[in-house]
Design a protein around this ligand. Structure first.
Ligand code: ZN
Length: 109
């Protein structure tokens, strides 16, 4: 089955599910994980705000602050990587990547 948004073949999720995701409100077909994350979910979020207004502003603010923390982390990682690449410290870079995947897994649990 191919994605109704990007036309790429829909590949199975880690849990084996290969039926893709509901592509609404973009269209009424199925879509791949990547489109679900980058297109469908933001569109739903946008629709939610349009329909509900911003009465949930405090809730949104909390989520935004969480996102900002993530962006800060990301910025710091990019700065570190740039520095290490410039100084060709490949081993050190690998350590940071390993550490980051470890942290990610801890977060998911
Ligand atoms: Zn897609």
């Amino acid at each position: 089955m191919s994605c109704s948004i990007c036309n790429e073949e829909i590949t199975a999720d880690p849990n084996g599910w290969d039926g893709g995701h509901n592509a609404e409100p973009i269209n009424n077909g199925r879509c791949c994980g990547s489109c679900n994350e980058s297109i469908v979910t933001p569109a739903r979020f946008g629709n939610y705000i349009i329909e509900n207004g911003i009465k949930d502003i405090e809730y949104m603010k909390r989520d935004m602050l969480k996102m900002m923390d993530k962006i800060d982390d990301l910025n710091q990682s990019i700065i570190n990587i740039k520095y290490l690449l410039k100084n060709k410290q490949a081993d050190e870079l690998q350590n940071i990547v390993d550490q980051q995947s470890f942290e990610d897994h801890k977060g998911v649990k």
